[in-house]
Structures are given as C-alpha cells and as structure tokens.
Design a protein. Structure first.
Length: 315
C-alpha cells in the first residue's frame, strides 16, 4: 500500500525535474556552451548533491504547514501533479513549489488547521523571489563585466572562460534547486508521519533527477530566452543570479520557484539594458501562471478531499 501511496509524490518530483531543468542549463545551451545530454547529466547529479547537502530545511517548512493523514498527503500531491501536467500541456511554465503549497493550503483550510506564520513566510518569499533574482542580476552584471574586462586575454580565450563559467554557474543553480525544491515532492508525507525528512529528501531528489532526463529540447527552448535574448555573458549573469536567489531561500528553509528567480534575473537584465529588450507578452503570461496555479491546485485538492469524504459517508 505504501509504495503505491507515494506514486503521486514521485510523479510530482518527475514533473518538477522536467519543468525546472530548462532553468538550470537552458541559458548555457542557448549560448551553445554545453551539449544537451551533458547538461541533463550534470543537472541530475547536482540536484541530488544539493538535496543531500541542504534539502531537509525546506522539508521541515512544508511539513509544518499542517498535519495530514496519508490519504490527505496522496490527495495533495495528486492535485499538485495534475495541475503541473495540465499547465505544461497548455504551454505554461508551472511552479511545482506553488502547486504543492497551494494543495497543502487547500486541504488545511478544509480542516481549519492552517499554520498562518509558516504560510506568511512562504507567501512573502514568493513575492520576493523574482525581486531577489532581479537584484542579484543588477549587482552581478557590472561586477562580472568589470572582472572579465580586466582580464588580459584574447577574445577566443575570453569566450572559453565565459563558457566554462556558464557551465559551472549552471551546476551551482542545479545544486541550489536540489537544496531548495527536493522537499516539494514528498514533504507532505513527512507531515503525515509516513516518511522521515531524510527519506523524503532523497526520494524527492531522485525523482527530480529522473524527471530531468525526460526534458525535451523543444521544452527547453520554449522556456529560456523569452524575456530577453541571451548571449554567453548575459546567460552567465542570469544563471548565477538565479542560483544565488534560490540558494538564499534554501538557507532559510523556504521552497521557491527557480523559474521565478530566473525570470526576475532576466527582468533585471532587461531593466539594465533597456525596457525595450523585455518581451511583455511573456512577462504577462508568467505573472498569470504564478497567480492562477496555486489557486487551482488548492481548489482541486479541496475538491478531491470533499469528494473522498462524501464517498466515505455514502459507503
């Protein structure tokens, strides 16, 4: 019974790895700094390493949002997974963090047991994640520009340094994602008392790593470079800004969206180079996704819980 119960959580991890992998090495691939298959392998490796090093803090934050039964945990992860897959099929870029938190909140509201301090901490972090990405990009851009301009090397060597730095920065972003988001897949099963934090972290990271390998080239190119066009340097700035923002929230134990961090970083670069470089159509679509997905997963989780309760009463 137990392994089957975890299927929805593991599916959520797969969806998360598939959805978030373009935000890791996508800029590096778009800048032709690394091959597609090599990028997937490094993404999967550093996601697992990041989860093992610092993933348990976010597990605690999510599991403390409310205490749930095993059945409720299955419903929450199922609702989140369905919303993620539906959004992906519709061409949106879903945040798995927001979907699972929305589902947990929906169940908690049904039970009347919402952890308001923990919820406030998460909501505030959601609002500040793109701001953190933008601020990091605005600080890194002139700093890295000064650094690379100070190097006394020819243009070919400089290009190699930029590409190598971009690959290393992408590895760091994958590490930060594993530390921050591995909690999302199975943390609610910790709240139900079914899994330990260490087991949930390992299982979540492995399912994310597996999800990375089902990422398509089409998905990657659809998600990256929409807000502004990227070259090697702007790709490096954006991926480092994303990694720093996500890693900061990992340290304080709040799962956030790597997509939001990267979008904020790209927006910061757009502000730096001029507002005309920003694709407002893509920006509006991203904002609508951030708003509607947690609401949808919360409503779906609550609806599933009500249907299960009615079914139990009828029987």
């Amino acid at each position: 019974m137990f392994p089957f119960s975890f299927a929805s959580g593991l599916a959520l991890g797969l969806a998360m790895g598939n959805s978030d992998s373009p935000y890791l090495f996508g800029p590096a691939i778009a800048a032709q700094a690394i091959r597609f298959r090599q990028a997937l392998l490094l993404s999967a490796l550093f996601i697992v390493v990041g989860a093992l090093v610092g993933g348990e803090a976010s597990v605690k934050t999510l599991s403390d949002l409310g205490r749930h039964t095993l059945n409720a945990a299955v419903l929450a992860s199922l609702a989140a997974a369905l919303c993620v897959f539906a959004a992906s099929l519709l061409g949106f870029s879903p945040s798995v963090s927001q979907c699972i938190v929305g589902a947990i909140i929906g169940l908690s509201l049904i039970k009347g047991e919402t952890n308001l301090p923990g919820l406030s901490k998460i909501l505030l972090s959601w609002l500040t994640t793109p701001l953190a990405g933008a601020l990091a990009a605005l600080l890194l851009q002139p700093l890295l520009h000064w650094f690379f301009n100070r190097l006394k090397v020819n243009i070919f060597t400089l290009d190699k340094l930029l590409r190598t730095s971009l690959i290393l920065g992408s590895c760091y972003a994958a590490f930060a994602l594993g530390a921050n988001n591995s909690a999302n897949a199975l943390a609610i099963f910790v709240a139900s008392g079914t899994l330990s934090p260490a087991t949930a972290t390992l299982g979540g990271s492995l399912s994310m790593a597996a999800g990375v390998f089902i990422t398509s080239r089409e998905l990657l190119y659809r998600k990256v470079g929409k807000l502004i066009p990227l070259d090697s340097f702007t790709a490096l700035v954006s991926i480092l800004a994303e990694g720093l923002a996500v890693h900061f929230f990992s340290i304080i134990g709040v799962p956030v969206s790597s997509g939001q961090a990267l979008s904020g970083a790209l927006l910061g670069l757009g502000l730096y180079y001029g507002m005309q470089t920003i694709s407002y159509k893509s920006l509006i679509k991203i904002l609508l996704t951030w708003l509607l997905l947690p609401l949808s997963s919360g409503l779906l989780a609550a609806l599933l819980a009500l249907l299960v309760n009615l079914s139990n009463m009828a029987s």
